[in-house]
Write a protein that binds this ligand. Structure first.
Ligand code: DC
Length: 210
């Protein structure tokens, strides 16, 4: 039997860092499902294809290789924007959710992070975490990260982007971002990544020892 940990939350809440750390500590496979949406969007953009043709986008989504996903190649802001546009398409979601579910049953366990893992992709996951932080805190973290890489950034622009992304992710009709009824909420606004990890670890250990 495999053991699945579902981690959801808005953009820049820290769920990526947390998911990678959990996967490493427990020796589980990790899938950042945002990358599946980003890879689909990038393939469309690179091919000069439109972002509003659902059947076309579904075909591209069905060809996404989970093994080749790399955030450093897919991190561009424009790709994130394009991803959040094609993520509203039910056929694209269906195709990617199938691939994500196939991944989720790998032994000995998996960590999937995204927006709809606890609600749609793995509703029976024994551990569901909903990682969030205020929009201001998330914008500050993103700002510090960009400036830390030596790139100039505009805080208000980043905050506006995060707010817009939240509206799109939470407002869409198909699989909107929301905590599953049985998810544990982790608000990291005033929590270090270490504290968030320790909180997650207690929840996971309790479920593993059941
Ligand atoms: O987490 P991210 O920024 O890489 O995600 C990019 C977009 O993909 C995000 O705006 C919404 C979408 N997404 C989704 O709809 N469902 C997921 N499980 C993961 C990401």
């Amino acid at each position: 039997m495999t053991f699945t940990i579902a981690i959801d939350g808005p953009a820049a809440a820290g769920k990526g860092t947390l998911s990678r750390r959990i996967a490493e500590v427990y020796g589980f496979h990790h899938l950042d499902t945002g990358l599946t949406y980003r890879a689909t969007a990038k393939a469309l953009v690179d091919g000069g294809l439109p972002l509003d043709d659902e059947t076309l986008a579904e075909g591209v989504a069905r060809n996404v290789e989970l093994a080749g996903l790399d955030r450093s190649v897919l991190s561009a802001h424009a790709i994130g924007e394009a991803a959040s546009k094609i993520a509203v398409m039910p056929l694209v979601r269906q195709a990617l959710v199938e691939a994500q579910r196939a991944f989720s049953v790998r032994e000995p366990g998996t960590v999937l992070d995204g927006r709809d893992i606890g609600t749609v992709v793995c509703p029976n996951a024994p551990v569901k975490l909903y990682v969030t932080a205020s929009a201001e805190v998330r914008a500050h973290r993103r700002f510090d990260e960009i400036v830390g890489n030596g790139v100039p950034a505009d805080f208000l622009e980043i905050l506006a982007d995060i707010t817009k992304r939240d509206e799109r992710d939470m407002g869409r009709a198909d699989s909107p971002l929301r905590p599953a009824a049985d998810a544990h909420l982790l608000d990291t606004s005033e929590m270090s990544i270490e504290a968030a990890f320790q909180a997650a670890k207690s929840i996971i250990d309790a479920a593993l020892n059941k």
